[in-house]
Structure formats: C-alpha cells, structure tokens
Design a protein around this ligand. Structure first.
Ligand code: ARG
Length: 463
C-alpha cells in the first residue's frame, strides 16, 4: 500500500491514500497534461462567467484568472511539477492554483464537474486538430496540383489490377489524389462543425442549480452554442470518433499514394525519383535508394486505424453518462493526430520534391497494348462494327502482336487486314498514346485539356 495521504479533491470520506497500482491505472496526468492550455482556457471562461452571473465575486474571479495565467506560464516554461497523486490535469492545475492564490481557488469548481471540464478540454483540443488537419491537407493538395500542372500532358500507363490498362496523364493521376484529399478535408470540416457545441455547464451530468450563463462560456470558447442535453454533453465522444474516422480515411489515402511511390521508385518501374531528403541509403548495398518515408507512411495508417477501433470499442458498451473508460479516449486521439499531422507533412514534402521520369512514363504507357481499347473504339466508329465484334477483332490483333513480340503500332497494315479486311492505315493515328489520352475528353476523363481545367479549378480553390 502506498502511504500517500487521502486525495485533497475528493478525500473527504477516504482515510487512506490509493494503492500504488490503483494510482498507476487511475492517473492520466502522464498524457492529459497535454490538455493544459485547453483546461486553463476553459477554466478562465468559466470563472469569468461565474463572476458575470454573480455566483462568485469579481475579486475572486480576477485572482483566479491571474493565478491560472501564472500556472499556464509555469507549464509552458517547463517549470510545473506534475503530480501523479493528483491524478489528472484538472486537479493538478487546480491544486497549483490553490498554492498560488489560496482560498478563491476553491470557488472555481462551482457549477462544474470534471465531467464537463474534460469534455470541453478535449473538444477544444480535437477542434484544433481538425484545423491542423485541414491546413495540412491544403498544403498537400497544393503540392499535388503543382505536379499536375507540370505534367498535364505527360503520358503514363493507367492500371487496373496493377496491369497496364489504358494510357492516362500524369496530371490526371495527381489530381485523383486532390479529389481524395479534398473529401478528407470536407470530413474534417463537417466533423468540426458538428462538434462545435459547448459541454461546459452540464456539470456532473444533470446541469446545475446555479444561475449560470452557458451561452457566455460557449461564445468565449468559440463554440456555436451550448450542448442542449447535459447527459449527452458529458457522455458524448462522437467528436473524437469522427475525428479518428476522418483521420483513418485520410491515412488510407496517404498509404495508397505511399504504396504507389514505393512501386514507382523501384528499379523495375523507374517512374519517379524521390529526393535525397526523403530517401535513405543502404549500409551494405551502395546502389540502394530506399523510399523509407513512403514505407513508414504506409505502415503508420495501422496506428490511426488502431486508435479508431480502440475508441469505438471503448464507447460502444458505455451506459450514459460518464464512465472512467472514457479516459482512454485521449492517448488514442493524441497518437492518431500526431501520426496524421506527421504523415501529411511528410507526404507534402515527398510530393513537392518528387521528380517524374517522363521518358520512362511514356515508354511504359506505350507498352502492354495499352491502346487496344482505342483500336476497338476505332473499329466501332469507322467501320461500324458492334463493340463486341470490335473487341474480338482487337483481341486477335493483340495476339498477333504478342506472337510477333511487338506492340500494336508495329503491325503492318497487311497483317492487320488479314484479321479484318476493312482496316485502313488511318488506324495508326489512334494507336499512339498521345492521341489516346487527347481523345479522352469526356467529363472527368484524362485528356490534358481536362487536366489543365481541373488543375486551374483547384489552384483557385486552394489559393
Ligand atoms: N481524467 C478524467 C478523464 O480523462 C477526467 C474526468 C474524471 N471524472 C470523474 N468523474 N472521475 O476522463
């Protein structure tokens, strides 16, 4: 048994201090100290409101405010001594406030509980993370748009099943990621909008008999309105779940491009060269340039998804309202957010520094009979063949080229005419990859003109 004295915050009916193991499982100060700025911000708003409503004196409120700013300064300077016996950030801050200002510190917790206090702190923190994710996504999208503008008409193979399918443009591929990350941005914006209700004043769970002004604290903390139901206000962690879910989807996108970078930078592909800043060498094989940052980004998605699953699992079985299980929300969200922000920054750097190997992209675009669909379409358009028959004829031409070990444009006209007599030499115009991509002008298609227009749209949106 640890012989620490009974807790000063709720020790009234407890004579002995907690067992050391109890303290270890119960305390959150090692991680929730990160919420200190939000905790102090919430407390200052609460104290100002209590004074404005005549619940505490203006002198006490002023003392509390000055004391809290001193506590924050101590924490910022790294001088604050955190105590595990004081369990969490809320009690650590309040205990230090009492040391600094004495009795008035005890009035701060009027009409409040740690339940609404932690809910408001954590909401403020998650809201900031949404803003950080949005800023990180904007920077990343700009990097992709810059790549798209540079290579709007560079041809490369488009893949399905990682098999060469049809030629596409580099710019089109880059802009696919802009669409994906723009949806991520939208998810963070939506989540932020929905979470922007203030739980402060819900007190333990039932509200309070003190004549508080919840609109005032909500406004002071930048919330749109106070949360309407006190039970929901203290037990809701949807905001963290939504943030995590949005992060997991975003991390999936980061991981997919990371995977492409790993493939594209290999000696077999040589589609791109990653900058020295984002590659590492091998200690034994001098020729190696390893895409470590991309690989790590691919792997880190697992942490974010893991955090998401962990918090869903915590929340799914909890009756209303607060249960201590909910203390497990923070480490998951902290780790996921840190991982996401690092991932966004790392990907932005990689994309900005990325050099596409235009010649390799173009050579690969022409290989693998990538214009077979263009050929089939030509047979439909020019010779009036039904598409199914055109598909069949094209298949026979592909087989012929395969047997000869050449590409489609290398077949002679007479060879082609043996398969279908009406083919003319006009067909060669559609067998080139540049013609192929230029012809894909349908809305959302890969034609360079489309890519330029969409890149200009994003440039305007992103500034
Ligand atoms: N450290 C706690 C948490 O993170 C604060 C709320 C504690 N509330 C309570 N009733 N024990 O959830």
């Amino acid at each position: 048994m640890s012989e620490t004295s009974a807790n000063t915050m709720w020790g009234g009916r407890f004579s002995a201090g907690p067992d050391a193991i109890m303290e270890a499982i119960n305390a959150s100060i090692d991680f929730d100290r990160r919420l200190a700025p939000q905790d102090i911000r919430g407390s200052r708003a609460h104290a100002a409101m209590l004074a404005a409503c005549g619940i505490i004196s203006h002198e006490d409120a002023a003392a509390i405010d000055a004391g809290l700013s001193q506590v924050l300064a101590e924490i910022t300077r790294g001088e604050f001594v955190f105590s595990t016996a004081l369990e969490d950030i809320h009690m650590n801050v309040e205990a230090r406030l009492r040391e600094i200002i004495g009795t008035p510190a005890g009035r701060l917790h009027t009409a409040r509980s740690r339940n609404d206090q932690v809910a408001v702190d954590f909401r403020l923190w998650v809201r900031e993370q949404c803003d950080a994710a949005i800023a990180g996504l904007d920077a990343l999208m700009r990097a992709f748009v810059t790549q798209a503008e540079a290579g709007a008409d560079w041809v490369m193979p488009g893949f399905t099943h990682l098999q060469t399918a049809q030629p596409v443009t580099w710019g089109h591929h880059m802009l696919a990621y802009v669409e994906m990350f723009a949806r991520d941005r939208g998810r963070f914006e939506d989540a932020r909008r929905r979470m922007n209700e203030c739980p402060l004043g819900a007190a333990a769970l039932a509200g309070t008999s003190f004549p508080i002004d919840r609109d005032m604290t909500a406004a002071a903390l930048g919330f749109d309105r106070p949360a309407a139901n006190s039970l929901d206000a203290v037990s809701d962690r949807d905001f963290a779940l939504e943030f995590l879910a949005a992060s997991a989807i975003c991390a999936t996108h980061l991981s997919r491009f990371a995977e492409e970078l790993v493939i594209w930078s290999s000696a077999q592909f040589r589609f791109v060269r990653m900058s020295d800043r984002f590659s590492t060498g091998s200690s034994i094989m001098p020729q190696k340039r390893n895409p470590d940052a991309a690989e790590l980004l691919r792997a880190k998605m697992g942490r974010i998804l893991g955090a998401t699953v962990a918090l869903f699992t915590v929340m799914k079985g909890l009756p209303l309202t607060y249960s201590k299980d909910m203390q497990e929300d923070k480490e998951q969200a902290f780790d996921a957010a840190d991982t996401l922000m690092l991932g966004l920054a790392a990907m932005e750097g990689m994309v900005r520094d990325l050099t596409a190997n235009r010649a390799a992209l173009e050579a690969a675009a022409a290989a693998g009979f990538s214009t077979a669909t263009d050929l089939a379409d030509w047979l439909v358009r020019e010779l009036g063949l039904p598409f199914r028959e055109a598909h069949h004829v094209t298949g026979a031409l592909v087989k012929l080229a395969e047997d000869k070990g050449c590409d489609l444009p290398d077949l002679t006209l007479s060879e082609m005419q043996k398969i279908h007599g009406q083919i003319t030499d006009a067909v060669y115009s559609v067998l080139g990859v540049q013609n192929s991509v230029a012809s894909r002008t349908s809305y959302g298609g890969t034609a360079p003109a489309n890519v330029r227009a969409r890149a200009a749209h994003w440039r305007e949106v992103l500034g």
